[in-house]
Ligand binder design. Structure first.
Ligand code: DQA
Length: 143
């Protein structure tokens, strides 16, 4: 399966960013784990990180014909970006929203996701394993 992995804003600072919330794994280490996991599942990944809403939209659009599924951590855009929600709906790919932290147990503004309603599922609060579970769920989809 061909899977688009999209990391949103501030995830480039994983490892140094609020380690008490997000852990000490860097984005490069996380991506290496995802690639190793995908290899075991015979999945191919394209991985991108960007801080800009418009670029994330362009990446969703630009990879829509290549990808058969997407794993998306929209960062703080999760909570208010209707433009990203519309982009996910527009590309009509099975998309799983992921979060490292458990957004349901943090500040009230993080409890709402405007992206989740257009996703197949949301996986949160499991650190890197949120992404691994999302990859597994996409690979288990009938094709
Ligand atoms: C996050 C949760 C968001 O609320 C936050 O803005 C992030 C990271 C997570 O992976 O836990 O940037 O998406």
């Amino acid at each position: 399966m061909r899977i688009l992995i999209l990391h949103g804003p501030n995830l480039n600072l994983l490892g140094e960013r609020e380690p008490e919330v997000y852990g000490t794994m860097t984005l490069a280490q996380l991506d290496a784990r995802l690639r190793a996991h995908a290899r075991q599942r015979r999945a191919t990944l394209r991985i991108f990180q960007d801080n800009c809403e418009g670029t994330l939209i362009d990446l969703l659009h630009g990879n829509r014909r290549w990808a058969q599924g997407a794993v998306f951590n929209p960062g703080a855009y999760t909570h208010y970006s209707y433009a990203l929600r519309d982009a996910v709906a527009a590309i009509a790919l099975p998309t799983i929203e992921v979060h490292l932290s458990d957004t349901g147990k943090r500040e009230p503004f993080r409890r709402r996701s405007v992206i989740a309603p257009v996703c197949l599922a949301s996986v949160r609060g499991k650190g890197a394993d949120s992404y691994l579970e999302a990859i597994d769920r996409l690979c288990a989809l009938p094709r």
